[in-house]
Design a protein around this ligand. Structure first.
Ligand code: SKM
Length: 242
């Protein structure tokens, strides 16, 4: 049976498996989608060699960048971004794409307000790279926030009232708050958040993270990652069937 799957680490929280298997059932598609929970990205070689029926993969945290050396080809947009979340497999040849940009852009489009000029991206991994690419294409000025002083424009400790005020959109691209570690959140100064802000969390399980709950309490508009997950999955499905 044609097989698809998700590569990641500690991915029990993921909705992809149930999303695709429900789709296959409802649309009478003879295929299955399984989780490949791996400790090292080099295991991808074995996975591909051992499954002749594997036709496509999604890739999630922490492998979106690390998977690139294992590909035979990479689509030009994914190459520019430097992160891959979708792989098409044809005769054991691995071709990498990024559908997060499409998913994020589609999910946020109707929420962008005229006062939106700048965005803070929390995190600097593969998801953050895709979000940065999407927001720059939409005309946003971007600053990155990282715990690591070397990686971002600001650390969390450096976020002042002015910085928060000047960034109307704040996107959490870190895994902080993902099930089961639901009490975690990126430590931005929530006291400076108000109703002019839009807080976007790429996390969809739980549906309301601590990050979003604290933003909502301050009057901000909030959105979780569910619509993005669905849109990036449908785009991946399109690529696997092209
Ligand atoms: O880019 C997506 C990935 O394709 C699937 C996923 C998930 O199942 O949680 C999340 C994102 O990283």
């Amino acid at each position: 049976m044609t097989t698809y799957g998700l590569i990641g680490k500690n991915i029990d929280y993921s909705f992809s498996k149930s999303y695709f298997n429900t789709k296959f059932h409802n649309e009478a598609i003879k295929a299955k989608y399984i989780n490949y929970d791996i400790d090292d990205i080099k295991e991808i070689k074995q996975i591909v060699n051992n499954s002749i029926e594997l036709a496509g993969l999604n890739v999630t945290i922490p492998y979106k960048e690390k998977v690139i050396p294992y590909l035979d080809e990479i689509d030009s947009q994914a190459e520019r971004i430097g992160a891959v979340n979708t792989i098409k497999i044809e005769n054991k040849k691995l071709i990498g794409y990024n559908t997060d940009v499409f998913g994020f852009t589609k999910s946020i489009f109707s929420l962008i307000a005229p006062n939106h000029e700048a965005a803070l991206i929390l995190g600097t991994g593969g998801a953050a790279k895709a979000i940065r690419h999407a927001l720059v294409s939409m005309g946003y000025h971007i600053n990155l926030v990282s715990r690591d002083k070397e990686k971002g424009d600001y650390t969390y400790e450096e976020l002042t009232s002015d910085i928060i005020k000047n960034h109307q959109l704040i996107v959490n691209c870190t895994p902080l708050g993902t099930h089961p570690d639901v009490n975690q959140f990126p430590p931005i100064p929530f006291e400076f958040i108000d109703e002019r802000h839009l807080l976007y969390d790429l996390i969809y399980n739980p549906s309301i993270t601590n990050f979003l709950a604290q933003g909502k309490e301050k009057g901000a508009q909030i959105i979780n990652g569910e619509q993005m997950l669905i849109a990036q999955a449908e785009k991946a499905w399109e690529i696997w069937n092209e």
